[in-house]
Design a protein around this ligand. Sequence first.
Ligand SMILES: O=C(O)CCC(=O)C(=O)O
Length: 275
Amino acid sequence: MTTNNNIPSASYGILQQNLCESTLDEVAEQIRSLGYAILDSGYTAPELQSISEKFERTRERYIEIYGEAKLKNLNEFHTIRSPLTHGGDAFLRLALNENLLSLLKKLIQGEFILNQQNGVINPPQETYNQGAWHRDLPYQHFVSTKPIAINALFCVDDFTFENGATFVLPASHKSEAFPSENYVKKNALQVEAKAGSFIVLDCMIFHAGGFNKTDLERRAVNHLYNIPYFKQQINIPMNMDNVKLSDEAKNILGFTYAEPTSISGYFSKRTSKEY
Ligand SMILES: O=C(O)CCC(=O)C(=O)O
């Protein structure tokens, strides 16, 4: 028996099969298996336009504060660190996007926190700091049976082959070492995605931004979420007001995970006898 694109639908000798009941389940299944998938954020066109404008305004202020020369000197000119702590609610809402959180709950067992949020600019006709193969837990060479961290790259602009859409090495989150040069050439795949999509990666998949051959910047906002055992890149609770945040938001942003500064502090955080 075949389907209309000739993929066999019959099978034999199979005792176990994954079950998918929703699109979200399918996205989660692909991330577990291949290490990457695309998720729609659900934003409307006016919301996307507003995010795009806020990205630009936040970037201008950021460059004013830290200075172009200094940022260039640090190879930081194409990144906006932690925009949710200084760029307004749009970035906070992005980090707490409902579709994304529902997916993360399927992928990471138990609690997770936001480790970092970064604006990423892939400049036209120029190399940039994310255009090199890496894992989002860099310098790590182990494999994990379940995701311990997930990367969600929000596409502010369309990601196309021409403007350097992200390259991935499918399933490389399942191997310890970075593959050989020819393997990379044969198996790297570029992920095109529409503005408003998240490219969601198992953080251990090797990936890199592509070269932007167009005349326009290609912008994104990257997020890394992890089990709450890794420290944040920049301490988010210390740079944000928690007054208007829901309990769930406080958990995800790390407000409830600051390490106690003393044994008494540890005891006062304990709410039950469970470990
Ligand atoms: O710009 C891209 O396509 C990749 C971004 C990236 O690799 C990162 O932020 O970790």
